[in-house]
Structures are given as structure tokens and as C-alpha cells.
Ligand binder design. Structure first.
Ligand SMILES: NC(=O)c1ccc[n+]([C@@H]2O[C@H](COP(=O)([O-])OP(=O)(O)OC[C@H]3O[C@@H](n4cnc5c(N)ncnc54)[C@H](O)[C@@H]3O)[C@@H](O)[C@H]2O)c1
Length: 254
């Protein structure tokens, strides 16, 4: 149990299902007061009712003020979890790229902008970013997703290095496949690279809670991702050749 979570005010975006719902359930089980945000008001309402939290439906980009009001004035933990699994190549439409950028990156920036003044004044606050292993590595067949998840990771990293001496803690969760609606929508690329090692949403929540206890920035629910990340940095061409083999294998299945 993370002691600081008892009675803490927690916001989870995109918590109407999947990983966000698992995070919301887990925080509620730790005794936190949880705001459940989702674009889908019915889903947000159902999860909030189940865990005794408060639903604040709407776009994750503009949820901080309403969530803070619902929590009586203070957000202790903010989970920027809502995300889009935007697939496609360089030829994906401008609207696909813009929406991926808006939800996967700018929603995090806007939330941090709204939260940081209060956190810096108090000398504490916690920002949790659900990134993806695609933010450290890549995802075949999904350029907008890979690029924007790299952006989300870069922003979380920047927040952490900039404010850690002022009491702000940041965690970046970078899982590979997790059994949710988003995974089901990844098609044959997901079948090839994500589904064989997929884990449950509650495994992601467990990994986050453990990382919070240990005060770790990088949360890897699939521990093997650390080695892939090292290999990518140490030998970029070898890593790209390996990923290209995966790409060719995928093309052969289509
Ligand atoms: N499932 C995976 O394999 C996987 C792997 C790595 C990272 N992730 C990341 O985990 C996060 C959650 O994904 P998931 O797999 O639980 O997906 P999901 O599709 O099951 O759930 C996402 C939820 O977010 C909501 N949502 C979408 N856009 C929103 C917005 N603008 N504002 C508020 N809510 C919004 C959806 O309605 C949905 O309920 C995402 O950021 C995703 O990129 C998922």
C-alpha cells in the first residue's frame, strides 16, 4: 500500500475502460478519492459508481478545473492516460496526425500547465503518463502513434527533470500489449507483436503502484522492454534491421 494515496485526490483520464479503469479501481482500493474521466460519459459513470468515485466526463484536454472542483480544490495525482491508437503511415490524414498529437501529447501539456502552479506552491504533486513501449521503441504500422508516444515520453521526462527538486514526481508507464479495446483494434500488426505477450490492465496498475513505492520514473510492466530500449540506443542499425524483419513478416501476413 502506498501510504500517500490514502484520501488523496486522484484523476484518471480515459478511465471508462481498459488501463484507465484498472488504474482508477486500484487507486480507489488504496483509499484515494478518484475522479473518473472519459469522453464516453456512460462508461465514466459506470466505473465511478463501481468504485465510489466521481465521474467527470469530457475531453481529457480540459478536465483539470472540473476535476479539481470535484476533489474539493486539490489534485494530488493526475494520470494522463487517455490515448488514441492511431495507426497508419506517412500517408495517414492530417486529421489523424492532428488528433493523435492533441490527445497523446497536448492533453498532457495542457494538464501540466493547469496543475503545476498549485503543485509548485505546495511542494508536491504527481503526474502519471500512460505512454507505451512505442514511446521508447516503435510500433510497426503506426507512425502517428509511435511519433506522438515518443512526444509523450519526452514531455514526461522533461517534467521530471525540471521539477523533481521541487516536490513533483513523474512516472512514465511504457507497456507493450495490454488486453483492452485498443489492443483488439490493432489488427494483424498487434497479432504479430503485441498479443503474444499481452498482459491484463490490472498488471499495469500493479506495476505503477510498485514503481510509486520505489519512486521510479520509468514503469515497465513488460520488464524485457528495458533490454530492447538499450539495444536500440547502443546499436541503432542492428535494431532497425531487426524491426524491419518484423515489418517484412507483417507484410507477408497481409
Ligand atoms: N492496450 C495496449 O496494448 C496499450 C499498450 C501501451 C500503451 N497503451 C496506452 O494506454 C492508454 C489507455 O489505453 P487502453 O488500451 O486502455 O485503451 P482503451 O481504448 O481500452 O481505453 C481508452 C479510453 O480512453 C477514452 N478516450 C479516448 N480519447 C479520449 C479523450 N480525448 N478524452 C477522454 N477520454 C478519451 C476512450 O473512450 C476509452 O474509454 C492509452 O494512452 C494507450 O496508448 C495501451
Amino acid at each position: 500500500m502506498v501510504e500517500a494515496l490514502h484520501n488523496a485526490g486522484v484523476v484518471v483520464t480515459g478511465a471508462g475502460g481498459g488501463i484507465g479503469a484498472a488504474l482508477a479501481r486500484r487507486f480507489a482500493a488504496e483509499g484515494a478519492r478518484v475522479v473518473v474521466n472519459d469522453l464516453d460519459a456512460d462508461k465514466a459513470g459506470a466505473v465511478a459508481e463501481e468504485i465510489g468515485g466521481t465521474a467527470v466526463p469530457g475531453d481529457a484536454s480540459a478536465v483539470v478545473d472540473a476535476a479539481r472542483d470535484a476533489l474539493g480544490g486539490t489534485v494530488d495525482v493526475y494520470c494522463a492516460n487517455a490515448g488514441l491508437g492511431s495507426a497508419g503511415t506517412e500517408a495517414a490524414g492530417e486529421d489523424v496526425w492532428a488528433r493523435a498529437w492533441d490527445v497523446n501529447v497536448m492533453a498532457h501539456v495542457r494538464a501540466a500547465h493547469a496543475l503545476l502552479p498549485g503543485w509548485l506552491e505546495r511542494g508536491n504533486g504527481r503526474f502519471v503518463s500512460t505512454v507505451s513501449a512505442a514511446g521508447l521503441l516503435t510500433m510497426i504500422g503506426a507512425a502517428p502513434y509511435s511519433v506522438t508516444k515518443h512526444g509523450a515520453y519526452a514531455f514526461a521526462e522533461w517534467l521530471s527533470l525540471t521539477y523533481r527538486h521541487r516536490g513533483v514526481k513523474v512516472h512514465a508507464i511504457c507497456p507493450q500489449g495490454v488486453r483492452t479495446d485498443m489492443l483488439s483494434a490493432t489488427g494483424t500488426a498487434g497479432d504479430l507483436v503485441l498479443k503474444p505477450t499481452a498482459i491484463e490492465p490490472q498488471d499495469v496498475a500493479d506495476a505503477l503502484l510498485k514503481g510509486m513505492e520505489e519512486d521510479r520514473f520509468l514503469i515497465l510492466p513488460h520488464p524485457e522492454v528495458a533490454a530492447y530500449y538499450q539495444a536500440r540506443a547502443a546499436e541503432p542499425d542492428r535494431w532497425l534491421t531487426g524491426m524491419n524483419h518484423l515489418q517484412q513478416k507483417w507484410e507477408a501476413t497481409r
